[in-house]
Design a protein around this ligand. Structure first.
Ligand SMILES: NC(=O)c1ccc[n+]([C@@H]2O[C@H](COP(=O)([O-])OP(=O)(O)OC[C@H]3O[C@@H](n4cnc5c(N)ncnc54)[C@H](O)[C@@H]3O)[C@@H](O)[C@H]2O)c1
Length: 250
């Protein structure tokens, strides 16, 4: 029960990886706060988990809106007095070849995937500094290494890697660890939205031959958010069944 007295804030917890991370922390602490832009999926899985219902508080809103983020963090601090762990998970894709990406899709992907984590970090850091304690885990993607058809998404996640590493340097002296988890091909509504042809192609390139599950990502997040990882900061942990090791050519 290493998170028993911790207060945890997770974005994009309505489904997929964010919901998996939320369930993981909710097994150990009553102080779990969830953000999502959509209320329906979030309330739906919360009410289907009777043991979990009632121990997580939900804030419905958009991570790209500074007023929403600041007021959410303020109300958690008013109740709990602290936020120990922030997981920046909310993210979107708008995939296309470079010439097919509209300026709007570029902006939206950068806003949700990069501006959102910036706003959350900016809001929680003063409280973490005051306590001389904090864990921030950003959900990246192995696409940050470069991925055709995802220049907007790859740029947003590459930016998130740089934000992670820079904040690690800025905040280490205040007892705040900042790390990233970089998922590979994980079974979520996001990847279920891909065409069957693309899914099969991605599976063929997958060394394990199968997709990962949200719980695989949650385990890595929990480790980096724990005191077991107290001397680890500024690192990106690839949780991708080996995909980032190189090119699978057989
Ligand atoms: N699924 C994968 O294979 C995979 C791989 C690599 C990285 N990731 C990353 O993991 C994270 C979660 O992915 P997922 O597959 O669970 O996605 P998903 O689309 O299934 O879930 C994302 C959640 O974020 C919420 N969200 C989106 N925009 C938001 C906003 N502006 N404000 C608040 N909430 C918002 C959505 O409502 C949804 O509940 C994302 O950052 C994604 O880039 C996923």
């Amino acid at each position: 029960m290493e998170f028993k007295n911790k207060t945890v804030l997770i974005t994009g917890a309505g489904q997929g990886i964010g919901a998996g991370i939320a369930r993981h922390f909710m097994r150990e602490t009553a102080s779990v706060y969830l953000i999502d832009i959509n209320s329906e999926p979030l309330n739906s899985w919360l009410t289907k988990s009777p043991s979990a219902a009632g121990i997580a508080e939900v804030f419905i809103g958009d991570v790209t809106q500074p007023e929403f983020i600041d007021s959410t963090v303020e109300s958690i601090l008013a109740k709990e007095g602290k936020i120990d762990i922030l997981v920046n998970n909310a993210g979107i894709i708008r995939d296309n070849f470079i010439t097919g990406i509209s300026a709007e899709d570029w902006d939206n992907v950068l806003r949700v995937n990069l501006k959102g984590p910036f706003l959350l970090c900016r809001a929680v850091v003063p409280g973490m500094r005051e306590k001389n304690y904090g864990k921030i885990v950003n959900i990246i993607s192995r696409s940050w290494l470069g991925n055709p058809g995802q220049s907007n998404y790859a740029a947003s996640k590459g930016g998130l890697v740089s934000l992670t590493r820079t904040l690690a340097l800025e905040l280490a002296r205040f007892g705040i660890n900042v790390n990233g988890v970089s998922p590979g091909f994980i079974d979520t509504p996001m990847t279920r939205g891909l065409s069957e042809k693309v899914r099969q192609h991605l599976l063929k390139l997958q060394p394990t031959g199968k997709m990962g599950q949200p719980e695989d990502i949650a385990e890595a997040v929990a480790f980096l958010a724990s005191d077991r990882a107290q001397f680890i900061t500024g690192q990106i942990l690839h949780v991708d069944g080996g995909k980032s090791c190189g090119i699978l050519s057989f």
